[in-house]
Design a protein around this ligand. Sequence first.
Ligand code: BGC
Length: 393
Amino acid sequence: MWGASTSSHQIEGNNKNDWTLWEDAGHVVGNQRSGIAADSWNLYKQDHQVAKDLKLNTYKFSIEWSRVEPQEGSFDKKALDRYIDMVKSVKSLGIEPIVGLHHFTNPQWLADWSHEGNAEKYARYVDYVVEHLAEHVNFWFTINEPVNQVILGYELNIWPPGNKNKPRGTKAFTNFSTAHKLAYKRVHKIYETKKLARPNVGIQLALNNFVPSNRWNILDQLVNYVVRRLKNHKFIKTLDHQYDILGVNHYFTFRTKWYSPGSYSDIRYPIPGVVKSDMGWNVQPEGLYNTLIEMSKYGVPIMVAESGIADSKDDKREWFIRESLKSVARALQAGVNVIGYSYWSLIDNFEWADGYEPKFGLASVDPKTKKRVIRKSARFYSKVASSNSLEVD
Ligand code: BGC
């Protein structure tokens, strides 16, 4: 499966959710707001056409909870109808829709994920959406990167709810896990009741590569072991094997060092010879291989649900995609069951606290006209996707 990913808030425009409040409060660089974004709420068919032109056979996008349930307990069927139309439009082009149910944003009435009862509220929304979309969708992702939501929103304080409070973060962590498990059960139940073929229900996790700064240093190795357990395995272990596929979002290779604040977790930590993205991130696509090997132990098919680079000049993206796919090829050769690769992102979009400067898209979006223009590197990806093969030099 060859595809590209997006998320609702990053492309739709004119949302009203906890992130828009956060933007209004001036937390995005340069006081930017997501605003009209790529206007995909209206122009989604143009996005689907980009995927079609690139000969992709999957498109991963997400549903905006705040549109579907603008007030607690009251659902907006018209908004849902639009998502139904999106799914149909994708399918009409021969592309498999992969649908995310939660990608960082929340309705404003939800308060935050540390609150009691929010997992059940999320499950009620999932019920409503899946009840209407079941017959059209085979792939669902329940939640995107719950651990990052906890770290950024409750520890680093740079995302909503901006609540530097570890115990509440822990509560949110548990609620996300409960929410996923509830959703997993409900989705399967709906398909069973409707006598539909069993769908693939998974979760997207930020899963990265961790290497000891000095591999001969036993303390660096120890830190590596602990950090890796915490970041890559702690959450998934709470899910009691309730996932049919695993969505791997991969962006980083972290260097772990014994007591050196700033090395581990600093994605901009200078490493000689390592390519930097426009965001200053170290880009090491070869790390995807280790991550895929590491996650294969969970025994379910793996989809690389996000892998991407911010590269406005488009002079590194082709290299990045080639090297990432080489990692996937090596993992396949090693026996890892990788069923798909979905580049982040199909089109340029709102990059959260970093605003609109980072350009991840296979296609650019003109800020004024909203015209989508396919980038050169995307043509390379398209060749790989359409031939289902990768030529390596
Ligand atoms: C998120 C995307 C984001 C991307 C690039 C991922 O972790 O799921 O929403 O745009 O990273 O930062």
